[in-house]
Design a protein around this ligand. Structure first.
Ligand SMILES: *Cc1c(COP(=O)(O)O)cnc(C)c1O
Length: 418
């Protein structure tokens, strides 16, 4: 599918008068429509809730909008809980899916009334010491081995640090029941960025079977199944986007085949999507500032991997459009690079693009999730601004760009740099 920018060159030329490049920009109309569609796809399930994975795009302005669209939040750290807290999320609007959890975080999550999703059986004791065992507790499952969804789409739970084995799940449920838990949840995240409509339905089938077994074996009430994240997006133009309506229908089928006949028709379905909720609805806008001709052809831009780390660490593809040259022939081959003193700071390698001139604006697609969020300060590079393209076409600053003062703020206890 052709990938189209949601802003034009003319719009960007206006925006840069107030906010210089690089910046991430988000398309409110599109992500709100998508959020409503997610809720529609699972409307057949009475208790359904999407808990937006805060780590994917931890901007309170965005999360406030997703709250208006009916989403809860999935947090996994103290500061993510603070965002939830300040925005007024409470009780079952908060899922706390942490792992290797530092002290104080279970207590904070529990004080907000949030649902705690335990990554490990040893965390039961830790939780009890911190804040006692709440009435609702979820446990994260890891079946081990390789999880193959369909041809070529698979992941490797056996090598993942997350979750509990089958036997630990049984034991954890028995212990928690003993300690007074009334309402149980099961959570599993077995494959990441799955661009197929089959992942959630297949995962649901497996976890529903587990839910029936655990309900009978342990004599507990399963309140919800949390399918977590992992629903992917088409980063590359040759991929077909997932159809969330079809995914919702697939989960419904599995539900009606497995849970309903087992008398478990009251189980709520939860999801914790990040990438699917925001990924396609953000872009990194950056300007070509240098060209270099050595053994390869390089275009240097004003953004770096500090603004978008995915290509550097996962070698992942992000489509690039040269704004204003959408209809020109892609008859040049470039490496598009940032300024870090690291040779993996490349947004694209051997990419066919139209001829790029200095001052051209490049639109790097699909940065709405795990984009800005993974930003860092290597080489003293600063994180960019984030902008929101409102439904009425106006542009709002939702995070200012970092300044050198932010970079040096952690030396404020001393006058060494004065
Ligand atoms: C990262 C994460 C998510 C979101 O994953 P996506 O691939 O962005 O959908 C959800 N739940 C947990 C526990 C996670 O760690």
């Amino acid at each position: 599918m052709e990938k189209k920018p949601f802003v034009t060159l003319e719009q960007v030329e206006e925006i840069v008068k107030d906010y210089p490049t690089p910046f991430h920009i988000y398309d409110e109309k599109a992500f709100m429509e998508n959020a409503r569609k997610v809720n529609e796809a699972f409307a057949w399930n009475k208790g359904f809730r999407e808990y937006f994975a805060v780590k994917a795009e931890p901007n309170p302005f965005i999360i406030k909008l997703l709250k208006e669209a009916g989403c809860g939040v999935d947090c996994s750290s103290y500061t993510e809980l603070m965002i939830a807290d300040k925005l007024g999320f409470r009780d079952d609007e908060i899922m706390f899916s942490s792992n290797d959890t530092p002290e104080g975080e279970f207590k904070y999550a529990n004080d907000l009334g949030g649902i705690i999703n335990l990554d490990d059986i040893t965390h039961i004791e830790f939780l009890e010491e911190e804040c006692g065992i709440p009435e609702t507790v979820s446990c994260r499952y890891n079946p081990g081995g390789v999880y193959e969804v369909c041809n070529g789409i698979m992941d490797n739970p056996g090598d993942a640090k997350f979750g509990m084995t089958y036997h630990q799940m049984v034991e954890a449920f028995n212990i928690l029941k003993e300690k007074g838990v009334k309402n149980f949840g099961i959570h599993a995240f077995l494959a990441s960025n799955t661009v197929t409509n089959e992942y959630y339905p297949m995962l649901a089938r497996d976890i529903f079977k587990l839910a029936v077994e655990l309900q009978y074996q342990c004599g507990v009430h399963i309140g919800f199944v949390n399918l977590s994240g992992g629903v992917g997006i088409p980063y590359s133009p040759d991929q077909e986007p997932n159809d969330i309506m079809e995914i919702g229908e697939g989960v419904r089928k599995a539900y009606e085949e497995i849970l309903t006949p087992a008398g478990m028709g009251d189980v709520a379905i939860y999801t914790e999507m990040g990438r699917f909720m925001m990924g396609p609805y953000g872009a990194l806008i950056t300007k070509a500032i240098h060209e270099k001709h050595i053994y390869r052809e390089y275009i240097g831009v004003d953004a770096t991997a500090a603004n978008l780390m995915r290509p550097a660490i996962y070698d992942s593809y992000h489509h690039i459009t040269v704004l204003g040259k959408e209809n020109e022939k892609a008859n040049h081959v470039y490496d598009v690079v940032g300024s870090l003193c690291e040779n993996n700071d490349k947004f694209a390698v051997d990419r066919r693009l139209p001829k790029i001139d200095m001052g051209d604006y490049l639109y790097i697609h699909d940065t709405g999730a795990h984009g800005f969020a993974m930003g860092y300060n290597y080489n003293g590079r600063l994180r960019s601004a984030e902008l929101l393209l409102r439904e009425d076409g106006s542009v709002e600053l939702i995070r200012r760009a970092e300044t050198p003062d932010d970079y040096f703020a952690t030396f404020d206890f001393s006058d060494i740099l004065k």
